[in-house]
Design a protein around this ligand. Structure first.
Ligand code: F55
Length: 799
């Protein structure tokens, strides 16, 4: 949009006065933030309205992204950037004596997601708007987002995240578009007099779902999409006396809290309730919209609407759409089923079996009696149809209802026309191993969509210094099309470019060093290698492998005080699920090891370890630009894709990583020599599984370095871990090291040495860093979302 500095200043001052009856001199920071956000909202509202009108009139097909999590982070700068007014506003504010960043910092992170899956959903929302793809988000407006993490005595402590306490300037509550969602009670089928069976209900619990729309502003275009988040309320007509307080409380609880979990399924009733809540509300809204504005017969739904099931959490989309078509629109089963399968598509985000969602049949039956009937019928018909075609074995292994449980992945695959993994390796494993039986039955449904990142946030917003260097080197086209960074390759021998890349990195490291000084009280040398591992804490991600290597370096320094090691700062950020005991023990161990090393005078600046508390999107925006090295060290086959790996690459960090998830594609893109690869590959891992011949204790006993490091966990070397040390020690020795940490240790150490050697040659390192940036184009989520739009949803970009 067009905006002059003068106009902006007028708008801003006026808004302060109309909103708060105050002038700039007297306004506090929160008032400035609120006024600024409100001005920005006014700027995009017109575009939003016009785009809505365009969508109504053109009647083009739209996609709906159903996700129980979104993780947008802060919105202010992203909205300013996308509106094309970031610089104007920054300068205007500066004229008024206000620093934009000091205000922007105050916005709470919108953290209604756990990790990669939620963040991916938000990258997709950003990229869809920016590429003109009509994509509507659909989720839950949790009053409390993911817990805030504090570190007390080295332990993780969880605090509530009341992100809405100062209001949310971006959302629009649409009470007129509320829908009811019902739970429990009894359902039976009755002849309606025409021979047709209709469901009758008794004693149902009713909940009102109220939508809050949050605009997703496209980058310098005319698209503004919508992310609809549902809040649960008590229906207005309910006569609520004090006896019903409990009911009120329960209703409010529905959208109160995000379940803090990652890669671990946790079968709590309230969670199943949440899943049905936003699925039912979202589908009701889209059907109503379809009927009233598209005004085509319901049987043509699949020509106008595509619904995406992001992981299995929204899998109830399948039976709920069936319910609406059959019970509310009188469509015959077969026809309803064909429509449903055409409309639905599904993404799988994990192969970890403990993460696969299954619900006890009894739970589904009592909470969602009609949905349960429909699932039973889907399962019954499919079984009858396929038995003669594929045989009992395949039918059984792929059944939705098995062993008294409803298998949500099975429901999602069977009820949709597309199942995709999130990186090549992951999609291959789904086809060849984890979902092989489904692949045999429905080969045409399987496909890959390698993840991507909303590159503008991770460069233009998070790393302005690097962005300026890139502009000056290859022009500005990369800001619209990340593939343009390929032009950088022509500059890889250009000393001036390399020096400017180094200078930008140094500035970003200074910024992080300041943050660390202020928040951790640790002084770190910005000339040291900044080696970063930031992601949720999980055994399969192997933060522990990183820790063992740190201990190796520590003992090397202790043994040989004059040893020539390049100074390193190891930086961690990780939340553990509150109930994941082992992960919390690792956090404690990292913090105690950090204390031990950082305060050891023998170590000095050679080695520092920093645990940054409360890792979230806005922390990532400070940490990742400052990284020299990104740690992507999961056991091969376990990390479906990873997305921080792409953010590091974009910011010129080199990856040390296994051949897992999207690392493989990053390695191919960056080129040999620009990526430190180590460890078992997926075939070797599977070979161990087949033979059952992995023996971690042998490694402990035969490798003196490993032996000494592991002993440090139990012999008092590392202080204050008398409970956690033995637990970790035993997980590796007695319990045979589930994720092959010890098996990959030596090769990891070797790769770390290679990395250090390259870093000592500053020119060679910076060249490798440049090669990473130059080849990151593929990992823009603009590319990913276009692939979804073309190949799965069949929706067109706005021209
Ligand atoms: C959240 C809740 C439950 Cl119950 C289960 C899983 C999660 C979750 O957050 N999963 C998650 O983040 N998965 C990650 O998805 C990313 C995006 O596709 C992948 O890059 C990453 O490999 C995968 O672990």
């Amino acid at each position: 949009m067009k905006l002059t500095k003068k106009q902006f200043k007028q708008d801003f001052e006026k808004r302060l006065s109309t909103k708060f009856a105050i002038d700039i001199e007297k306004a506090g920071p929160q008032e400035k933030l609120a006024a600024l956000s409100s001005v920005v909202k006014a700027y995009y509202s017109k575009i939003w309205q016009e785009d809505n009108e365009y969508k109504y009139e053109s009647k083009k097909k739209q996609a709906y992204y159903f996700s129980v999590e979104f993780l947008p982070g802060k919105m202010l700068k992203s909205n300013l950037l996308n509106l094309g007014i970031l610089d104007t506003v920054r300068e205007g504010l500066a004229d008024l004596g206000i620093e934009l960043d000091s205000i922007a910092r105050l916005e709470p992170d919108m953290a209604i997601g756990n990790g990669g899956l939620g963040r991916l959903a938000s990258c997709f929302m950003d990229s869809a708007a920016s590429t003109g793809i009509p994509l509507n988000g659909n989720g839950i407006r949790y009053s409390y987002g993911l817990f805030k993490q504090k570190i007390v005595d080295g332990y993780q402590v969880e605090l509530p995240d009341a992100w809405l306490s100062n209001g949310n300037p971006w959302e629009v509550r649409r009470s007129d578009k509320a829908f009811e969602v019902t739970f429990g009670g009894e359902v039976w089928l009755e002849d309606d007099g025409t021979g047709k069976l209709r469901p009758k209900y008794r004693n149902q619990e009713r909940v009102l779902a109220v939508p809050y729309d949050t605009p997703m502003v496209g980058f310098e275009n005319t698209t503004v999409n919508n992310m609809c988040l549902w809040k649960s309320e008590v229906p207005k007509d309910l006569d609520l006396q004090f006896q019903n307080l409990d009911y009120m409380r329960q209703t409010a609880m529905l959208s109160a809290e995000l379940y803090p979990d990652n890669s671990n399924y946790d079968g709590r009733l309230l969670r199943l309730k949440q899943e049905y809540f936003f699925v039912s509300a979202g589908l009701q809204r889209l059907i109503k919209h379809y009927v009233s504005t598209i005004q085509r017969p319901i049987t043509h739904l699949a020509d106008y609407v595509s619904v995406h099931i992001n992981d299995t959490h929204p899998a109830l989309c399948v039976p709920e759409l069936m319910r609406i078509l059959i019970d509310e629109y009188d469509i015959a089963w077969e026809r309803a089923w064909n429509i449903t399968v055409k409309v639905m598509s599904y993404t799988n985000h994990t192969i970890l079996s403990e993460a696969l969602e299954k619900w006890p049949e009894e739970m589904v039956k009592s909470l969602l009696p009609r949905i349960y009937q429909i699932i039973l019928e889907i399962d019954r018909r499919r079984t009858a149809e396929l038995l003669p075609k594929v045989g009992a074995k395949l039918v059984h292994s792929t059944r939705i209802i098995k062993d008294g449980q409803v298998h949500m992945a099975n429901l999602s695959i069977i009820g949709s026309h597309s199942t995709n993994g999130v990186a090549k390796l992951h999609s291959d494993l789904l086809k060849d191993v984890e979902l092989h039986d489904f692949y045999l039955i429905y080969p045409e449904r399987f496909n890959n969509k390698t993840n991507g990142i909303a590159d503008r946030r991770w460069s233009q917003i998070a790393n302005e210094r690097l962005s300026t260097v890139l502009d000056e080197t290859v022009g500005k086209a990369w800001r619209h099309n990340l593939n343009e960074l390929k032009l950088l390759e022509a500059h890889k021998n250009d000393t001036n470019t390399l020096e400017r890349l180094q200078a930008a990195k140094f500035d970003d490291k200074l910024r992080l060093a300041d943050y660390i000084k202020e928040n951790n009280g640790i002084t770190v040398d910005p000339n040291a290698i900044f080696d970063v591992q930031v992601k949720r804490l999980h055994a399969y991600k192997r933060q522990l492998l990183n820790v063992l290597h740190i201990l190796k370096l520590y003992f090397d320094i202790k043994d040989q005080p004059d040893i020539d090691v390049y100074p390193r700062v190891f930086i961690f950020g990780a939340k553990a699920a509150p109930g994941y005991h082992y992960a919390k023990s690792i956090i404690k161990a990292i913090n105690e090891i950090a204390n031990m090393i950082n305060n050891d005078p023998d170590v000095g600046n050679k080695l520092k370890v920093v645990f940054i508390a409360n890792y979230n999107v806005s922390k990532a925006e400070i940490i990742i630009p400052a990284a020299n090295v990104g740690e992507q060290i999961s056991l091969a086959s376990k990390e479906a894709s990873g997305t921080s790996n792409m953010k590091f690459m974009l910011n010129g960090a080199l990856t040390i990583g296994t051949l897992d998830g999207a690392n493989i594609e990053i390695f191919e893109a960056a080129g040999k020599g620009n990526f430190f690869k180590f460890g078992l590959d997926k075939d070797e891992v599977y070979e161990y599984y087949r033979n059952g011949n992995y023996n971690a204790r042998d490694i402990y006993e035969q490798n003196p370095v490993v032996h000494r490091i592991l002993d440090a966990f139990v012999d008092g070397t590392i202080p204050n871990i008398s409970a956690e040390g033995p637990e970790i020690f035993e997980s590796l020795t007695t319990y045979n090291d589930e994720y092959f940490v010890l098996r990959d240790f030596n090769d990891y150490v070797r790769a770390q040495k290679d990395l250090e050697t390259l870093y000592k040659d500053r020119t060679a390192w910076t060249k490798a860093s440049l090669m990473n940036i130059a080849n990151v184009g593929k990992f823009s989520s603009d590319r990913t979302i276009k692939e979804y739009a073309d190949a799965i949803w069949h929706v067109e970009e706005k021209k």
